[in-house]
Design a protein around this ligand. Structure first.
Ligand SMILES: CC(C)(COP(=O)(O)OP(=O)(O)OC[C@H]1O[C@@H](n2cnc3c(N)ncnc32)[C@H](O)[C@@H]1OP(=O)(O)O)[C@@H](O)C(=O)NCCC(=O)NCCS
Length: 169
């Protein structure tokens, strides 16, 4: 399953993936226009790629993008749902419907974690937010993310790179 770094031209794909993350339970709770117009949601992607952003795209063997994971540093005054600290990038993950359950999500996460560890300024921790009931929590836990807090109906989880994850030191 080919993976490649996310680039500026992937912005539309990343918005689609952000929509999947918002609509994780299969209900069309949001439309992409609403996300783009929502200042909170837009924090994850506006001006992609900003300095410090990094991400990974999964493709089919014929080069069709089918999922992505990316991370961005957010600020205390404009935080994400899984905000921990300004130097802890918050990640977003999604695989498009019809391509799930085949290992793409795990492969994207593992590659994003590797990428984080190899940044010019290495990333010490990654954070995320996962809403109650989302089975993605099992993936995160198996990668070494641990729950560090709550925000509304969601857990905030953190991975300390090189410390408690199966990707190790
Ligand atoms: C979460 C998501 C990215 C996982 O991607 P995927 O390609 O389906 O996942 P994988 O096939 O790599 O499976 C990885 C693990 O995810 C877990 N998992 C994720 N979704 C699951 C589901 N609906 N049912 C059961 N297990 C699930 C399993 O524990 C699985 O573990 P395994 O590798 O030991 O089998 C994908 O289901 C998705 O895009 N969901 C909607 C968007 C979303 O929820 N994003 C995350 C927001 S926090």
């Amino acid at each position: 399953m080919p993976l490649r770094p996310a680039i500026a031209g992937d912005a539309d794909l990343l918005w689609r993936v952000l929509l999947e993350a918002y609509n994780w339970n299969g209900e069309q709770r949001f439309h992409v226009e609403e996300l783009v117009a929502d200042p909170y949601a837009a924090r994850y992607l506006t001006d992609w790629p900003r300095e410090g952003d990094f991400g990974v795209v999964a493709e089919t063997d014929t080069g069709e993008p089918i999922g992505a994971a990316w991370a961005r540093n957010l600020s205390e005054d404009r935080p994400g749902y899984g905000f921990v600290a300004p130097d802890v990038p918050e990640l977003t993950l999604g695989v498009l419907p019809g391509h799930r359950g085949r290992g793409h999500g795990r492969a994207l996460m593992e590659e994003l974690i590797r990428t984080a560890a190899e940044r010019p300024t290495p990333v010490a921790r990654l954070s995320l937010s996962v809403e109650d009931g989302n089975p993605a929590v099992r993936l995160y836990t198996s990668l070494g993310f641990t729950r560090v807090g709550r925000n509304g109906d969601s857990d905030t989880m953190v991975l300390t790179l090189g410390a408690n994850g199966p990707l190790g030191t």
